[in-house]
Design a protein around this ligand. Structure first.
Ligand code: AMP
Ligand code: MG
Length: 286
């Protein structure tokens, strides 16, 4: 089966929420668009990894040759949705030297003195880089809204601010891919329990995660508003079911691949005379 046979349509089409999409009704256990067998996931991923890695290297070469393009992958999702796993297993498929990864936690005292987009702007990928945001500007309309960290008129204004910000980034040459990983309540419980049970996972457990879990439906409303108000042509959201980790990895691999392919980058031309350099190399006797 080729890639086009394994997917019923490009991941960017299947995973883009339709108008009227309800986040709360999303099927976290689904595998939309995937037609391959579970058995050949590994094999398929390995092939796609080689392609993704080649595309990323082209982007890096482009940046090193004065090109201005870059890619930004934004990862959002409830606790345990698997943002870290995507970074390890999908972003990990490409050369780490070409990746600019940032995790956004609770703003520091220094960050709080600035506009909410200040720390985001500072972390944007340089030309030629793949930027990866584990959490993002969207926390300022998710956790900030759910917990009332700022008054409603403040978070309310942020959707438009984020759209304008993303439009400017896109116009400057960055392809933006926003991924909302969807985990179900049951799967989150299982993953939290695993963090409690396993010594190698306990470090990920945060008692505060249970306080967030209680607010599940309020978060769903906040996610709904994000999808409704910030999914734009230059910065679309994709909703990726994440109860099956293998599917989330396959899907984000495809989304990232498509975004890099959209740049349509060739290897940069030599900025020197190849024949002359070849002759020089042959003649040189150090
Ligand atoms: P983790 O991703 O598990 O390391 O947790 C990071 C924590 O930082 C999460 O609880 C986020 O909700 C929180 N966080 C990230 N960005 C913000 C923000 N802008 N304002 C408040 N909390 C935030
Ligand atoms: Mg956490």
């Amino acid at each position: 089966m080729s890639t086009s046979e394994r997917w019923s349509a490009p991941a960017s089409e299947v995973l883009r929420p339709e108008p009227g999409f309800r986040f709360a009704a999303a099927d976290a256990g689904g595998t939309p668009g995937w037609r391959g067998d579970k058995d050949d996931v590994e094999d398929h991923l390995a092939k796609r990894a080689a392609h993704l890695s080649d595309l990323q290297e082209r982007l890096y070469a482009h940046g090193r040759s004065g090109g201005r393009r870059s890619v930004l992958l934004v990862l959002q999702g409830m606790d345990t949705a698997g943002k870290g796993g995507i970074v390890r297993h999908v972003v990990g498929l490409v050369d780490p030297g070409g990746v600019q990864h940032t995790s956004f936690g609770v703003p520091t005292a220094a960050e709080r003195e600035h506009h909410f987009l200040w720390r985001i702007r500072n972390a944007l990928p340089a030309p030629g880089y793949l930027g990866v945001f584990d959490r993002s500007q969207y926390e300022d309309v998710l956790v900030a809204r759910v917990h009332g960290l700022v008054p409603p008129d403040v978070w309310e204004a942020r959707y438009d601010e984020i759209n304008a910000f993303e439009r400017a980034i896109a116009e400057a040459g960055t392809v933006i891919v926003k991924v909302a990983l969807v985990v179900s309540l049951d799967e989150q419980r299982a993953r939290l329990q695993e963090r409690l049970d396993r010594a190698d996972k306990r470090w990920k457990y945060n008692p505060d995660d249970l306080d967030e879990r209680v607010l599940w439906s309020v978060y769903q409303q906040a996610y709904q508003a994000v999808l409704d108000r910030t999914s734009t042509d230059v910065a679309p959201w994709y909703v990726v079911p994440a109860d099956k980790k293998w599917f989330a990895r396959l899907a984000v691999t495809e989304l990232l691949t498509e975004s890099l392919e959209s740049l349509d980058l060739d290897w940069p031309p030599a900025h020197f005379d190849v024949a002359a350099e070849t002759a020089r190399l042959a003649e040189l006797r150090p």
